[in-house]
Design a protein around this ligand. Sequence first.
Ligand code: ZN
Length: 297
Amino acid sequence: MPSAPLIHEPTVEITQVRELSRDLVVIPNRGVELVPNIGVIGGSHSVLVVETGLGPRNAEKVLAFATEYARGRRLYLTTTHFHPEHAFGARTFAGEATYLVNRAQAEDLAGKGPGYLEMFLGLGASIARQLAGVELATPDVVYDDEHELDLGGRVVRLRATGRAHSRGDQVVTVPDAGVLFTGDLVEAGQFAIFPWFPPHDTDVSGLRWIEVLRRLAATDPDVVVPGHGEISGAEVLTEVRDYLELLRDETWARRDSAMTEETMVAEVRALMIERHPEWVGQDWIEKGVGCFCAEHP
Ligand SMILES: [Zn+2]
């Protein structure tokens, strides 16, 4: 979701593809808003794609890349959560890949997908162009809490984290490579995306998000592929958690005072920008304040 005027079209470009490990590559988002980092993970007989890009045309590029990469191996697709730039290209993979997600995400996609499509279509011409003709997918396989996907000589672990950035977040781990795909539970170099849109969507939970990051840090991955931003090490999990905790503390310190909401947002925003002057997506701070205002220990 955009937080600043779009400079670039939200298009996936198959450039600077980075090999993180043998038979494991990432199509990087190049810092472009509404483009996610996309993973392609291979085993001896199957290949898993993580994220589709925004809409059918982006997904066509990803599918073409994955098909070529797979060289005849079977294709699977998963998405970290239902948000449009992550999952609104999944229909393009129908008949070509088995689409596999956690149950809470499948429910998000069915229940909130149409509303998000409408919201995104209103965000600007470049986004509407990418979403033209989009159809929302129905996953082929749905699991509850955890699923191990055998790609042949490599097992990938899909895990539902419980409600945090969305109600249906999942993370994807490649244990033999020490790689963790977090989706939007981590954004590197930008303020955490809080999809706090009352009354339509208030599923994001800053408090649960902090706990999820604590659990993920305990798994000590070597490489973290965030939803958006640079591929990082495990330290990014702590960095995002520290930010969320500071945002929580500064919000709660003001919430019960006589201060107006406007003043509170302005003060917290100024503090956060002072702490992270180089981060983009400053408009997400206010959404985060709104979310923490509604949460209690
Ligand atoms: Zn998201």
